[in-house]
Design a binder for this molecule. Structure first.
Ligand code: 9D3
Length: 259
């Protein structure tokens, strides 16, 4: 896959993609990554990329021309049919379904902004898709672009090891939150490991994990269950889980006041 990132901070993007899963994919040639800096495409002496908003108000707005030229250069780096994706707070919320769709494409142009945002005409003329990574504010589109890159690249064939790909196939992708995990020692932090995990009854372990995943999803993210079809065993496991629930004490962080 070819990915081109249009950013005023290429130095912020480049080092992060040298590490971990994405770094290895780039090293192996499974992914090619390039940055295009709109400042290099500005035509005036000061290499201006932003200006004051029409209508007044605080902050600066990203000008059309330097980004439009940088996007054209970025398009030339990726195969035809690669969408131009703007990272904006107004975009569609990124989901794993969207990540899967993007991972099926030959390439991507990711456009990251700064300041108050883009001149809307740039978005109208150039964007095939606008994505947000969630309902919180970060200072620019670079970290969101890195989130998209990481999420997409780890789905590309051959990027994760066989082990992790198999995991993804068997229970990475069922729309539920994960079950709890434990490793050695058997006693840690004054707590023990759920006994079922210490025995060799693999059917019982599978049922316990499914029950925990269903239960935690219901308690923490009930809306996720709307997108999942539960069979009779699932419903029984969830009922069992809920019947075993006792009043949970408030989390200390919430008692301290989370606005
Ligand atoms: C006061 C209005 N703000 C909009 C919510 C101004 C503003 C804040 C942050 C304008 C741009 C930005 C920079 N953020 C992004 O470029 C961004 C973003 C985000 O802040 N949250 C979640 N996803 C994304 S994708 C790009």
């Amino acid at each position: 896959m070819d990915i081109a990132v249009v950013t005023l901070f290429p130095d912020l993007v480049a080092p992060l993609v040298q590490w971990g899963v994405v770094g290895r994919a780039v090293q192996r040639g499974q992914v090619r990554l390039a940055c295009e800096d709109p400042r290099d495409h500005a035509t005036d002496a000061h290499a201006t990329v932003d200006d004051r908003p029409y209508g007044g108000g605080p902050g600066m707005v990203i000008k059309v021309e330097p980004y439009a030229t940088a996007i054209r250069a970025a398009r030339a780096r990726v195969p035809a049919g690669s969408p131009v994706v703007f990272l904006t707070p107004q975009g569609e919320r990124l989901t794993q379904a969207r990540v899967r769709q993007l991972a099926s494409l030959p390439g991507l142009v990711l456009v990251a902004g700064r300041y108050e945002g883009f001149d809307e005409r740039l978005v109208e003329a150039e964007a095939d898709l606008e994505l947000s990574v969630g309902d919180f504010v970060v200072s620019g589109g670079e970290l969101p672009a890195l989130v998209v890159i990481d999420a997409v690249v780890r789905l590309l064939p051959g990027v994760l090891g066989d082990d992790q790909s198999a995991q993804q196939d068997s229970f990475g992708d069922d729309g539920l939150l994960d079950c709890p995990h434990y490793t050695r020692p058997e006693q840690a932090a004054g707590r023990t490991v759920p006994p079922v995990l210490l025995g060799g009854d693999h059917a019982a372990i599978r049922r316990w994990r499914r029950k925990q995943a269903l239960g935690r999803t219901r308690l923490r993210r009930p809306e996720l269950l709307d997108g999942v079809t539960l069979d009779a065993e699932d419903r029984a496991l969830l009922d069992e889980f809920l019947a075993e629930q006792h009043e949970a004490p408030a989390l200390a962080v919430d008692a301290a006041g989370l606005q």
